[in-house]
Design a protein around this ligand. Structure first.
Ligand code: ZN
Length: 392
């Protein structure tokens, strides 16, 4: 049995401690050193040494190996006054870390002596609770959530595909959403367009959408554009956003958006639905083929399937729109393998999911070797009001 005082002096005798001057020197001459802040979250949020890694003392043994995989990394551990960091340094040594030092002055002494520090950006307690299921995943964490909150997505269409996509993206905390749709909510939309409801019939879809999203997550900003997408406005609209989710599902828009995305070098998450079948892909200029690599020109009006009053099974847009939202999140977070150069096709009657490889066409009129991109307003044959509602 020993007292805390004895434990601490025994610990300090078995670790390396550095003072303020040595710490300053380290910061200047050994940039690869990891500065490990083991204080509690509220202490860390009020200020920390520039670029420090934060693992509260209580989580140190649990998270150290995941966050600092190389056990030969130079580590300087600090707390507020040099006691918790001494105990932390001993634990890290016991875990096999070979180059650990504890800062004797702690953060308080560091600050008092004029050491540089910054107030780190962090989620609020409400945000930490709201996004806790994201934060729990090492691939996302608080850093990933902050990235989502700093990101923006433009949704083309607030219909069948746009509804689930917008709801999930808002829920996930994508900080800025833009929605383009000039249509008005009709009761025949409610069979699948789940962002709208009985009380918003007759309103602009973008207004109905904005209200639904604000009710779901007041943390995000929603901009609405009740306009018809055309060559005159597509560049201005798309330019303000990081990723485009195309839920328009008509050929004139698809081609216009494709061509604008090549000029702006923005990824477009494409989705389309027809009766029981759906498709998803990501057209990301510079990373893979574009939509015109598949079909150089739009089909003639009589062959365009979304023009026909073909109907669509109610749940299907929910699946495709959700997949589009998921692909958009992956792009923003830089995780996984987005559907670039691949077309996912879903047949819900036999529940088959297939992935087809898509190739860059060297003769593509917009991204091929002799491409010349020019925005064209194709005949708006697909979006006569009574037709448009059929598939989207
Ligand atoms: Zn192309």
């Amino acid at each position: 049995m020993s007292t805390f005082r004895e434990l601490l002096s025994h610990t300090k005798a078995n670790i390396t401690e550095i003072d303020f001057e040595t710490g300053q020197n380290r910061l200047r001459t050994e940039p690869a050193t990891i500065w490990l802040d083991v204080r509690e979250a509220d202490e860390y949020e009020n200020g920390a040494i520039d670029g420090a890694l934060h693992i509260p003392r209580g989580y140190l043994e649990l998270q150290a190996e995941q966050k600092i995989p190389d056990k030969n990394t130079q580590l300087v551990v600090y707390c507020a006054g040099g006691t918790r960091s001494a105990l932390a340094a001993k634990s890290l040594q016991d875990l096999g870390y070979s180059k650990v030092a504890s800062l004797t002055t702690g953060f308080n002494g560091w600050k008092d002596k004029g050491g540089k520090f910054q107030v780190p950006r962090a989620l609020s307690p409400e945000q930490r609770n709201r996004y806790s299921r994201h934060i729990l995943m090492p691939e996302i964490g608080e850093t990933g959530q902050l990235k989502l909150l700093d990101s923006s997505i433009l949704l083309l269409g607030a219909g069948g595909l746009g509804s689930p996509a917008a709801l999930y993206l808002a829920a996930a905390g994508v900080g800025r959403l833009g929605i383009v749709d000039f249509d008005i909510v009709d009761s025949s939309n409610l069979q699948r367009q789940i962002m709208h409801n009985e009380t918003t019939v007759g309103e602009l879809k973008v207004d109905s959408a904005k209200r639904a999203l604000a009710n779901l997550n007041p943390d995000i900003e929603v901009s609405t554009y009740p306009v018809r997408l055309s060559s005159a406005n597509v560049m201005d609209l798309m330019e303000k956003y990081d990723v485009i989710v195309d839920g328009c599902d008509n050929f004139p828009t698809r081609y216009l958006v494709n061509d604008a995305s090549i000029i702006l070098q923005k990824p477009v998450v494409h989705g389309s639905i027809f009766r029981f079948e759906g498709q998803v892909s990501v057209f990301w200029p510079g990373q893979g083929p574009c939509y015109r690599c598949l079909y150089h020109q739009p089909p003639p009006p009589e062959l365009a399937p979304s023009c026909a009053e073909a109907g669509v099974l109610g749940v299907l847009p929910g699946i495709i729109g959700s997949l589009q939202a998921l692909e958009a999140l992956k792009i923003l977070l830089g995780i996984g393998d987005p559907l670039v150069g691949r077309l996912l096709t879903i047949d819900t009657l036999d529940m088959s999911f297939r992935k087809l490889k898509l190739r860059n066409d060297p003769d593509c009129p917009t991204c091929g070797e002799n491409a010349k991109v020019e925005l064209i307003d194709y005949d708006q044959y697909c979006i006569a009001p009574n037709m448009k509602a059929s598939a989207t």
